[in-house]
Design a binder for this molecule. Sequence first.
Ligand code: IPE
Ligand code: IPE
Ligand code: MG
Ligand code: MG
Ligand code: MG
Length: 293
Amino acid sequence: MLAAKPMPLDQALAQTSLAVDAYVKAALAEFDLPVAKAMSYAIEGGKTLRGFLVLETARLHGIGAGAAIPAAAAIECLHAYSLIHDDLPCMDDDDLRRGRPTVHRKWDEATAVLAGDALQSLAFELVLGTECSAEARLDLARGLAKASGVAGMVGGQAMDIAAETATLPLSLADVEALQAGKTGALITWSALAGPRMARSDQRPLRAYGDAMGRAFQIADDILDVEGDAGSLGKAVGKDAVAGKATFISHLGLDGAKRLAHMLVDEACDALAVYGSDAETLRDVARFVIARNR
Ligand code: IPE
Ligand code: IPE
Ligand code: MG
Ligand code: MG
Ligand code: MG
């Protein structure tokens, strides 16, 4: 019998989005508060790339979606929290996210801060419900704490904000460190979910996640320059106005695109040990720099 052909990536991402939405909404169903409505709103409409990486790297290790969905929902809650706070007036001051008003515009700043806080807490509650050994759960949760805090996302965001008013521009090495924190850490955590759950070698997927995360943020920076606000669902042209240090401010558009392609190749090569079974993950890496949203 022929093996079933995997579904196209856009369909697989859309299916993950529905599954994550449903899982998070079930966890919020009993709360009839504006903050819970804002949490639910913030989960909707994303690409669900991080959640998909969790499910796909789990599948690669023989673990089904039913066991891994709590971890996929957890990372999407963590990511949604980071976006709510990133959009606040004291950070990037954005009015549009995923084609809709940002949470502080639809509700108010206090609700946005609290919805972000509670999504972060919910992320840890959910990740602790992942179906795997107690050791693996601990490793997932500890890894998520590290990836989201000062050693990861928050540290990178702090460097990003500080750079706006610094007298000296950041070096390329500083931009790399900033990116590795603000975007890379959560992406690498997502790619490591499968080997963590299976208690197997994390090295290939760490190399994949690190390279793909770098390519992902370069693409985000390129889309801020060349993208279309309508398809992106968020404002464009903001990084240069805010004086952000990006890959483009250092390498120019062409240099940034060349680097992004090299990183996608590096990410794909890192999957060699998995052979053709990792083809979907290679598709993800290629998608990351080909996307228009
Ligand atoms: C946007 O992330 C923010 C960055 C980390 C650069 P995504 O492009 O994954 O956003 P959604 O989840 O699809 O909206
Ligand atoms: C946001 O980076 C990264 C996090 C939320 C951690 P950006 O500020 O570049 O993301 P966008 O462009 O607003 O989505
Ligand atoms: Mg930002
Ligand atoms: Mg932003
Ligand atoms: Mg951006």
